[in-house]
Design a protein around this ligand. Structure first.
Ligand SMILES: [Zn+2]
Length: 368
């Protein structure tokens, strides 16, 4: 992977998902990974994502717990190694039941002497009119396990089994269609561990939009969580700073001011709204912008450009803010407006056909 790709957060995330999380997969498919080893590997991934490498000095803007949540829940969908290890090993349990004639299974049965079926016919016996579950355990139940046993028996005796149904092993997991898959088992394990913060449903479809460069998508995700390092966030982290907006120089900098209410940003918003011939009511927060910017009223033809325009507008404001803060270079509003249009053009034509859509036609298509 090129150095530029690794230096961006999007490139680092891709590297973590495709390589760093996959390296221990073979080991974890046959062995139980030590919790301490898994935590060390995850710490390395977390440090790498935020550009640290263990040297310190870089803020880890989002917790590892949140990063490991699915995108639907506001995370990045990076695997938790201990749970993924359980899911991989779970496949052997499924295969043990399904592959009854395989040599490896016969070796296990010969060594441990366990060859009991798991079908209903093997576990339920009829005693006159009564049908009794023949639950046999390999060891005595401990006191603290009695409640679990009672729950299990309660679950079994509450089952109503149809007489006409075939007796078969079915993997009862959403999206798995009755067949065991590691991903469905992992999804169930993560869901079990996940604690969703707050009552708002995370708008993942508004953040992860196809066609958006990965570094921009990562930035929008971080901003949507309110974790980017604006001055108010730096002050909360203990820095002693004068809080002012470097774009307008009038009020304190916060995420909502910088991206929505600032007079410089408002000019760019007005440009976007004007080229789509839309009416704009300034929302109160970035969250509301992401929530409402779905493009339902701009028509199917212009919807892609409308959605991408929001992503690039936020990215452009952030780049300009950082240029002013770290390099002392300020571009004019005219330059920013021109940059907004040309980059949006390149993004959109990357999705259609650059040979058949000239820049002037592109702008005209947006307006009408
Ligand atoms: Zn401002």
């Amino acid at each position: 992977m090129a150095t530029n790709s690794i230096s961006s957060k999007g490139g680092r995330l891709t590297l973590i998902k495709s390589v760093l999380s996959s390296i221990p997969t073979y080991f974890m498919s046959v062995h139980v990974i030590l919790v301490s080893v898994a935590r060390r590997i995850e710490q390395l991934q977390w440090d790498f994502l935020w550009g640290d490498g263990g040297a310190g000095g870089h803020y880890h803007l989002v917790s590892w717990d949140q990063i490991c949540m699915s995108k639907e829940q506001g995370g990045l969908g990076v695997r938790r190694l201990v749970l993924f290890n359980l899911a991989l090993l779970g496949k052997w349990l499924w295969r043990f039941v399904e592959e009854r004639e395989r040599l490896w299974r016969r070796v296990v049965v010969a060594k441990f002497g366990v060859d009991r079926g798991v079908l209903v016919s093997a576990m339920r016996v009829e005693e006159g009119q009564l049908r009794v579950w023949n639950v046999q355990l390999r060891r005595d139940v401990q006191d603290w396990e009695l409640d679990q046993l009672v729950d299990l028996l309660g679950f079994l005796y509450d089952l109503h089994l149809g007489q006409a149904d075939n007796d078969a092993l079915v993997w009862d997991c959403p999206r798995a269609k009755g067949i065991f898959t590691v991903s469905s088992f992992y999804g169930a394990l993560v869901e079990d561990k996940c604690v969703f913060h707050g009552t708002l449903v995370y708008l993942w479809k508004s953040v992860w939009v196809p066609g958006t460069p990965s570094k921009v998508a990562f930035f929008v995700w971080t901003a949507s969580l309110g974790r980017i390092l604006t001055i108010d966030n730096l002050i909360r982290r203990g820095h002693i700073l004068v809080n002012w907006c470097c774009l307008c120089g009038q009020v304190a900098e916060s995420i909502d001011h910088l991206f929505i209410h600032c007079s410089v940003s408002s000019r760019l918003w007005m440009l976007v709204v004007a080229i789509f011939a839309m009416v704009w009511v300034q929302p109160g927060s970035l969250f509301v912008v992401l929530q409402s910017w779905v493009g339902g009223s701009v028509g199917k033809r212009r919807r892609k450009a409308w959605i991408l325009a929001l992503r690039y507008l936020l990215w452009l404001i952030w780049l300009e803010r950082n240029r002013r803060v770290f390099h002392g270079v300020a571009h004019s509003i005219t330059w920013l407006e021109r940059c907004l249009l040309t980059v949006l053009y390149s993004w959109v034509t990357g999705l259609v056909d650059p040979d058949v859509l000239a820049f002037t036609d592109f702008v005209e298509n947006l307006i009408c």
